[in-house]
Design a protein around this ligand. Structure first.
Ligand SMILES: [Zn+2]
Ligand SMILES: [Zn+2]
Length: 370
């Protein structure tokens, strides 16, 4: 568009060796490290190139490295990052070069059939909205390229710091989706299984949506503390007590209106079904990475007739979603930064990544500073 022309966006460059950048990549299954790569230079008509300022390591990055999505060769890892617009495609409106932006982990095209049907995280195919560090280079690099930028770049309000905004990219969007899908009635009861970063954000989401009783199920002490900090009324330690019995006791034997599975394990999924009352909703956000089936306890499911809804979903992306999440930060409704237990410079992110595999030293989220 006119007025958007800039010298650096000129066509030039033919034949000249491009700029190189540092990236943290998956060389192959089980092998990660730094490498030099050509920096993305050409955003394309609808794309953008963002200069990274802050990123977060996700447990899914460690799953990817372990082979969860198959073999990848020198693929840049990472899908949670904010930065500054470095170059913008000619057709992108609504943002300008130099703007501070957040980009969701999920970057749908907003054109395909599934997107048009409203299921943008399933862009093109099931789970196809997930492109960073899956089908294209991720964000653990000095620059990253964003597809369909007009729909996927959200300007960060001036008052919101990068280290808070970066939580909108996955943790807040996924955790809040867990609560939204759980169909929590105002004043209703909800149990959230596991209080990792997504589970903790589901706890916040349940409070924001008006839950009357928020029960967090978690055994790790530091996470129990954070659960209380983020709004859990009761924390049930499933290693000391039977979580389902405890939830039934807390709800007068009825069970909760809603439960949220934020771990991705068969036992916790089963507990969700058992702990939810007839007519209630089980909202799954956990990644079920093992086994061929996830079993449903037949009797607790009302032999298939208990009016218990099971909902699934993948982190909602797109700038409209991001604008709302950023507004919560701007207005001080939520402060996700207590999730940051460790901070690393980009040059030492290999250490942070290694620790994330085992959650060493009580790690919840490591923030990467560029
Ligand atoms: Zn993530
Ligand atoms: Zn699409």
């Amino acid at each position: 568009m006119e007025g958007k022309m800039s010298a650096k966006a000129g066509a030039g460059g033919g034949g000249k060796a491009g700029k190189m950048m540092r990236a943290f990549v998956m060389h192959g299954i089980g092998s990660a490290g730094f490498m030099e790569k050509p920096a993305p230079e050409e955003p394309g008509g609808n794309g953008a190139i963002v200069k990274t300022t802050r990123a977060l390591v996700c447990t899914s990055d460690t799953h990817t490295l372990a082979g969860a999505i198959g073999e990848r060769k020198d693929l840049t890892l990472g899908h949670e990052a904010v930065g500054i617009v470095y170059k913008l495609g000619r057709e992108v409106k609504g943002v300008k070069e130099g703007d501070r932006v957040a980009v969701n982990a999920i970057t749908p095209c907003y054109k395909c059939e599934n997107c048009l049907r409203g299921y943008t995280s399933q862009c093109t195919e099931m789970l196809g909205g997930w492109k960073f560090a899956n089908i294209k280079d991720g964000v653990f690099a000095e620059y990253f390229a964003v597809n369909d930028a007009e729909a996927n770049l959200a300007r960060i309000p001036d008052q919101v710091k990068d280290e808070a905004a970066v939580y909108t990219c996955d943790m807040m969007s996924t955790g809040f989706m867990g609560a939204e899908h759980a169909n929590i009635p105002i004043g209703g009861s909800v149990a959230i299984f596991a209080q990792g970063p997504v589970g903790l954000m589901a706890t916040v989401g349940a409070r924001l949506l008006g839950a009357g009783l928020v029960i967090a199920v978690e055994a790790v002490e530091k996470r129990q503390e954070l659960a209380r900090h983020f709004g859990a009324d009761v924390v049930v330690d499933f290693q000391k007590k039977d979580a389902v019995e405890e939830i039934l006791a807390l709800t007068g034997g009825e069970g909760v209106d809603s439960s949220i599975e934020a771990l991705g394990a068969e036992p916790s999924f089963e507990w969700c079904v058992r702990a939810t009352r007839p007519g209630g909703t089980i909202s799954n956000v956990g990644y079920h990475g093992d086994g061929e089936f996830v079993r449903i306890p037949r009797l607790a499911w009302g032999v298939g007739m208990g009016d218990k809804t099971i909902r699934t979903g993948l982190c909602p992306g797109g700038k409209e979603r991001m604008k709302r999440l950023l507004r919560l930060l701007e207005m001080g409704r939520v402060d996700p930064t207590p999730l940051t237990t460790h901070t690393f410079k980009f040059e030492e992110m290999d250490k942070g990544f290694e620790m994330m595999k085992t959650k060493a030293d009580g790690m919840i989220k490591p923030l990467i500073v560029f």
